[in-house]
Design a protein around this ligand. Structure first.
Ligand SMILES: Cc1ncc(COP(=O)(O)O)c(C=O)c1O
Length: 383
C-alpha cells in the first residue's frame, strides 16, 4: 500500500443514478455526462467506462486537455463536447477528431470556419447564447451578424446544438432570473429557426434544471453533480422529496474515502495537542493520528470541527489539521488499534459521513469538496 488513503467508487450506485435520471428526462432526451474537474473528483478514467456501460454515449468537458484525456478512454461510439477553453491549435485537433465544441464569440467562430475550410472537414458546433448568466455566450446585439455568418458558411460545420447555461437553477431565489433565461433562449431558438438554422439538439439543462424545471429538458441535458449521487442543493432535494415513492432519496453517493489509523497514543490532562494551542486536553485522552491532511483534500478549516468514522463510531478531529495528518479523539474506543479502518466520507457500520456535512463544516459546496480531492489518491471501482 503506497498511498495514505484511497477512494472507492460504487458501480451499482452510478447505475442507479443514471437509471433515475433517464426516467426523469425520458427516452427521447440524450444525457451528456459532465466529466469536467476530473469527473467531479471521481476520475475521468473511472467514470467514462462506467457511464458507457450504463448507456451514456455523450460526454461534456471544459477544456481541450480534458477532452484529450477522455478521448483516449472513451469508446469509438461516444461523443465528446468541449464547453469552455479551446485555443486555435486545439480547434484543429477538435475538428480532426470529431470533437464537438461550444462557440460563444465571433473570434472563435471565424477561426473555426477558417480551419474547417482548410482541413476540408466540417466542425461540430454548439452555438451558446447569452441569456443572463453572463459568463460565455453570444449577446443579443451579436446574434444577427452571427446568423448571417453561419448561413454563409454552412458547408463548413454541423449545427449540433443551440445552448445556454442557467445562473443558479438550484436556488429558488433565482426563480425569476431562470424563467427569464428560459424565455430568452426560446426567443433565440425561434430567431435561428426563422433563418433556417435548425440545431440538431437544443440543450440548456444542468442537474438542478432537470430536477426542478421540467421545461428545460429538451433534446439533450448536461448532467454533472446528480450522476455522482449528489443534490445540487438542499432546496433541489426538498423540491423532489415529495415526488419520490416513500419519500426516499433516489440519488446514491458513489464515493467512499478511506484511510487507516497511523498511531494511537495517550495524552495527559493539561497538554495542548498538535500545532499551537487550539486544543487543550482537559482530561487524560486517547488520540489517533490519521495520515490525511490538507494536502490530501481534507480542509484545514475542519480543524477542531471535522469528524471521521472508526469502528462504527463518529470521532471528532481535535487540534489543527496539518499538511499530512489530522488527530482525532478516540477516548471512547478503548480497543482501537493502529491499522484500523478510518472512513472520512462514507458509511461504516451504521454511521455515515456525507459529502454535504463535510462541505458544510468547511464552508464549501459539494462541487468544491469533490473537485479538490487530489487526483493522486487511488480510486477503485467497487460493486
Ligand atoms: C455549461 C455547463 N453545463 C452543465 C454543467 C453541469 O452542472 P451540474 O453539475 O450542476 O449538473 C456545468 C457545470 O458547472 C456547466 O458549466
Amino acid at each position: 500500500m503506497f498511498h495514505t488513503s484511497h477512494i472507492e467508487i460504487s458501480k451499482s450506485a452510478y447505475k442507479k443514478n443514471i437509471r433515475y435520471l433517464k426516467k426523469l428526462v425520458g427516452p427521447d432526451t440524450v444525457i451528456s455526462s459532465v466529466i469536467k474537474g476530473n469527473a467531479y473528483g471521481h476520475g475521468i478514467e473511472n467514470i467514462v467506462p462506467l457511464a458507457e456501460i450504463s448507456g451514456i454515449s455523450h460526454f461534456s468537458v471544459f477544456s481541450a486537455s480534458e477532452a484529450l484525456q477522455a478521448n483516449s478512454i472513451k469508446s469509438a461510439h461516444s461523443t465528446l463536447m468541449i464547453m469552455g477553453l479551446l485555443d486555435d491549435e486545439e480547434i484543429e485537433w477538435a475538428i480532426k477528431n470529431d470533437v464537438e465544441f461550444f462557440v460563444f464569440d465571433m473570434g472563435r467562430l471565424h477561426k473555426t470556419i477558417e480551419i474547417a475550410s482548410k482541413l476540408k472537414k466540417k466542425a461540430h458546433l454548439h452555438i451558446e447564447v447569452e441569456t443572463g448568466f453572463h459568463r460565455t455566450g453570444f449577446d443579443s446585439d451579436e446574434i444577427p451578424e452571427l446568423v448571417q455568418f453561419l448561413k454563409k458558411n454552412q458547408e463548413h460545420f454541423y449545427f449540433e446544438g443551440l445552448c445556454t447555461h442557467y445562473a443558479g437553477a438550484e436556488s429558488i431565489a433565482n426563480y425569476v432570473r431562470i424563467r427569464e433565461q428560459i424565455s430568452l433562449y426560446r426567443k433565440y431558438n425561434r430567431y435561428f429557426n426563422r433563418h433556417n438554422l435548425i440545431p440538431a439538439r437544443k440543450h440548456t439543462a444542468c442537474s438542478a434544471a432537470v430536477l426542478t424545471y421540467p421545461t428545460t429538458i429538451m433534446d439533450m441535458v448536461r448532467i454533472g453533480i446528480a450522476q455522482y449521487g449528489f443534490w445540487p442543493s438542499t432546496e433541489t432535494q426538498m423540491f423532489r422529496f415529495k415526488k419520490e415513492p416513500q419519500n426516499t432519496n433516489p440519488l446514491k453517493r458513489l464515493i467512499t474515502w478511506k484511510t487507516r489509523v497511523m498511531v494511537v497514543k495517550n495524552v495527559e490532562a493539561g497538554q495542548f495537542i498538535g500545532y499551537g494551542s487550539s486544543f487543550l486536553a482537559n482530561k487524560k485522552m486517547k488520540i489517533a493520528i490519521i495520515p490525511v491532511g490538507y494536502s490530501n483534500g481534507f480542509s484545514r478549516s475542519l480543524s477542531n470541527m471535522g469528524r471521521v468514522l472508526i469502528r462504527g463510531k463518529r470521532v471528532p478531529v481535535i487540534g489543527t489539521v496539518t499538511m499530512n495528518t489530522m488527530t482525532v479523539n478516540v477516548s471512547d474506543i478503548p480497543n482501537i488499534e493502529k491499522g484500523d479502518e478510518v472512513v472520512i466520507i462514507g458509511k461504516q457500520k451504521r454511521m455515515n459521513i456525507s459529502v454535504a456535512s463535510f462541505s458544510d463544516l468547511s464552508s464549501q459546496v459539494n462541487y468544491q469538496t469533490l473537485t479538490r480531492l487530489p487526483a493522486d489518491i487511488p480510486r477503485y471501482i467497487v460493486k
